[in-house]
Design a binder for this molecule. Structure first.
Ligand code: BES
Ligand code: MN
Ligand code: ZN
Length: 502
């Protein structure tokens, strides 16, 4: 994992494999931003080179130079920042985060990289470092010959700011996100409920995070009445698990429950998916991966907030033992649910997780899940949806996620859709009409949220639901700091939300 440091040294004097500076696009021509800090002869050399090469300065364009006069680094990489003027380069943290990631994505072999990009705030400095870290993610190829080598070994951000806590936070967040990506990228023959639970236990030990891990196996799940997780998991030979990760610092200012969908493979079950829809379904545990990584990060950063993560792990498979459409399942807490489509399995496992999270009456519950195809239809592949039973929590999460580089957009839970879940056969059906499918799924989940500790029976614990079906996985070309495959979406946003409670 790369190390992160801030430095106030002259960029030209830094011994790095790559020194990164920024260029803006002025009338379609790449123009160096003014505060690159390089000696004049270096800047002249690079500027004329940019012209010769026809660089435009558009966002994420990377142009490389070697043997730049007066510069110690082996290479100078100029990254485009988009339209702007050389004096007032775009310093929005998001532009910088993506630019830094676009550069480190092109590196290889444990590079030492120094970034001298135009930053005018601590947020901007953090964004540069975060983007550089995330862009360095290398997928772990499963061959003996080719072990994963991080593309970057050392990240230095040039700034007059000195802030050890900032660098440490970038390291913790970066490693947590990369671990979540590793879990999601792991093929589903190797990552299943039991092995997922083992990986969590191992990671907690390895990071020495003050987190306790409790794993419920299928027998314990039956004893605890977790009907939803058991129903989904019963079709697979690899039985379901519910993992509870507890971080409980002394003097915690608040308590938050995080619940993650952990379907290690979603075939659809008896309502089997077509092959094209199935091939990416190892990503269906991305919510649980984000929760696990966030709990560990919160503990490593010693946030004064109690955080409990609930990972609802099952494999959704068709078999002679699989659950069926029209089954009625008794969930944790006693509600009965009529199953209508075995491919709507996420809400079944999440409902048990939410019911369990409610039992300890935290100040807030946030769930995160690759829950519905409707989420992608509504918001595409880069923006998640947030629904909540409280306006302020929904707005908080949408704002924190977006600021952290994970765009999240508020969505409603329209009351009239509740009636589409009515059924004569059980307390509630688990799916309604096709239209508004993301919202109905949210409404279904809301039914499993309990009352606050000292609240009346009809009050509810503040709860929000984040649907990441689109942004959890990148099928397309890499962009910004986002590689192909698992994105680690959710870790940065959830960590920011937890910090806002601290
Ligand atoms: N895991 C899928 C949702 C999904 C689809 C995530 C594509 C990421 C990419 C979920 O379990 C599912 O199959 N949902 C169904 C629900 C429907 C049967 C009510 C869907 O959205 O089609
Ligand atoms: Mn499904
Ligand atoms: Zn699913």
């Amino acid at each position: 994992m790369p190390t992160v440091a801030l430095t106030s040294s002259e960029p030209a004097t830094l011994a790095a494999d790559a020194l990164v500076i920024g260029a803006v696009s002025v009338d379609g021509v790449a123009t160096l931003v003014r505060d690159h800090g390089l000696p004049r002869k270096a800047a002249t050399h690079i500027s004329s080179g940019l012209q010769t090469l026809g660089a435009t300065g558009k966002a994420e364009e990377v142009t490389g130079f070697v043997a730049v006069p007066g510069v110690k680094a082996k290479r100078v990489l100029v990254v485009g920042l988009g339209k702007g003027t050389p004096a007032t380069a775009p310093t929005s943290p998001e532009v910088l985060r993506r630019a830094a990631g676009a550069v480190t994505r092109t590196l290889s072999k444990k590079a030492a990289v120094a970034l001298a990009l135009p930053t005018t705030s601590a947020e901007a400095v953090a964004a540069v470092a975060e983007g550089a870290y995330a862009g360095s993610y290398a997928i772990r190829k499963l061959t003996a010959k080719d072990p994963a080598e991080p593309k970057v070994e050392r990240i230095e951000v040039v700034t007059s700011l000195s802030d050890a806590a900032l660098a440490k936070r970038v390291e913790v967040l970066g490693a947590a996100r990369a671990w979540a990506q590793d879990l999601v990228n792991t093929p589903p023959n190797l990552l299943f409920p039991q092995s997922f639970a083992e990986q969590v236990t191992e990671k907690v030990a390895e990071t020495k995070a003050k987190v306790t891990v409790e794993v419920l196996d299928e027998k314990a799940l039956a004893k605890g009445g977790f009907g939803g997780i058991l129903a989904v998991g019963q079709g697979s030979s690899r039985k379901p698990r519910l993992v509870t990760m507890t971080y409980k610092p002394r003097g915690a200012k608040a308590s938050v429950g995080l619940v993650g969908k952990g379907i290690t493979f979603d075939s659809g079950g008896l309502c089997i998916k077509p092959p094209t829809g199935m091939v990416t379904m190892k990503c269906d545990m991305a919510g649980a991966a984000a929760v696990a990584a966030t709990v560990i990060a919160a503990a490593q950063l010693k946030l004064p907030v109690a955080v409990t993560g609930y990972l609802c792990l099952a494999e959704n498979m068709p078999s002679a033992e699989a659950y069926r459409p029209s089954d009625v399942v008794t969930m944790r807490g006693g509600k009965t649910v009529e199953v209508l489509n075995t491919d709507a399995e996420g809400r079944m496992v999440m409902a048990d997780g939410l019911a369990l999270a409610s039992e300890s009456h935290p100040d807030a519950i946030i769930d995160i899940a690759t829950l519905t195809g409707a989420q992608m239809i509504a918001l595409g592949n880069r923006v998640a949806a947030v629904m909540a039973n409280e306006d302020s929590l929904r707005e908080l999460i949408a704002a924190m996620g977006t600021e952290a580089g994970e765009p999240m957009w508020p969505m409603p839970l329209p009351e009239d859709l509740r009636a589409t879940l009515d059924t004569p056969n059980a307390d509630i059906a688990h799916k309604g009409d096709q239209f508004g499918g993301m919202l109905t799924a949210g409404i279904f989940l809301s039914e499993f949220i309990g009352a606050p500790k000292s609240g009346k029976d009809d009050e509810r614990i503040p709860w929000a639901h984040v649907d990441i079906a689109g942004p959890a996985w990148n099928d397309k070309a890499p962009w910004g700091h986002t590689p192909k495959g698992a994105t680690g979406f959710g870790v940065a946003g959830l960590l920011s939300v937890l910090e806002s409670y601290a």
